[in-house]
Design a protein around this ligand. Structure first.
Ligand SMILES: C[S@@+](CC[C@H](N)C(=O)[O-])C[C@H]1O[C@@H](n2cnc3c(N)ncnc32)[C@H](O)[C@@H]1O
Length: 225
């Protein structure tokens, strides 16, 4: 009888926790479309699930834009209530966005025409609007400038989504992979771009691909051995 009672208590507690996470997640995702950027609801849910399942203290995102992927990340960290933080690295400058692109490349023209300051203002406004400022530390600088701020093997979850030209994407992986803990995770976005191939190959050769948690043909998750 005692065993039956404690099993019931464990079962109902687990059920309650899981229901409340599901409804919190659903609420977060219902606002995903309000945040500027490219993070789909499918990717946002996978970012959230990894945080909920692994309870990280230190997350880092390279390439923030309007905060489309920071939003679900910071929201999941808030639910965990363990003082986990995401460091949002982005210089929000036209100059950094143009590095590596030929002037005839449509990406060059797109980034050149963009009012990047208004993207930054949307991002900081979004953090305040959704009350996520305690979960996000904004580092307005390039990934290269930010790299010295992180010790080796200090990051639980790294998300690389910065400048997508070949040399910068590979440099981000080479600079930041040593800073990820053994057993930590690396998200890499836009794996299907020709320009990101060397960076993705490097991760595939040096980490374990987490297919089930990845977004097919778009955003891959790797685990550092
Ligand atoms: C593809 S967008 C990021 C998308 C965002 N993660 C989302 O989910 O919507 C690329 C971002 O990388 C930033 N960026 C460009 N060069 C960078 C660098 N060297 N270090 C960090 N971020 C950089 C740009 O300012 C831009 O906001």
């Amino acid at each position: 009888m005692k065993w039956l009672l404690s099993s019931f208590v464990i079962f109902s507690t687990t059920l309650h926790a899981s229901q409340s996470w599901q409804s919190y997640k659903k609420d977060t995702l219902s606002h995903q479309g309000e945040v500027w950027g490219w993070c789909t609801n499918e990717k946002a849910e996978k970012l959230m699930n990894l945080i909920h399942d692994t309870n990280p203290k230190v997350c880092v995102e390279i390439g923030v834009f309007g905060g489309s992927s920071i939003y679900p990340t910071a929201s999941a960290l808030r639910y965990n209530r363990n003082s986990g933080v995401v460091h949002a690295i982005d210089p929000w400058t036209t100059e950094a966005c143009l590095v590596g692109y030929d002037t005839n490349d449509p990406n060059f023209k797109w980034w050149q025409a963009l009012d990047i300051e208004s993207i930054y203002n949307h991002f900081t406004g979004m953090l305040k609007h959704f009350k996520l400022t305690n979960q996000c530390k904004v580092l307005r600088m390039t990934s290269e400038e930010a790299s010295s701020l992180f010790e080796d093997e200090s990051i639980d979850i790294l998300h690389i989504d910065g400048n997508h030209t070949a040399d910068v994407a590979l440099a981000d992986v080479l600079m930041f992979l040593p800073k990820v803990k053994k057993g930590g995770y690396v998200w890499f976005d836009d794996v299907n771009w020709e320009s990101t191939r060397k960076a993705v190959d490097y991760l595939s050769e040096n980490c374990e691909f987490q297919e089930a948690r990845s977004v097919k043909d778009a955003c891959f998750l790797f685990r550092k051995p």
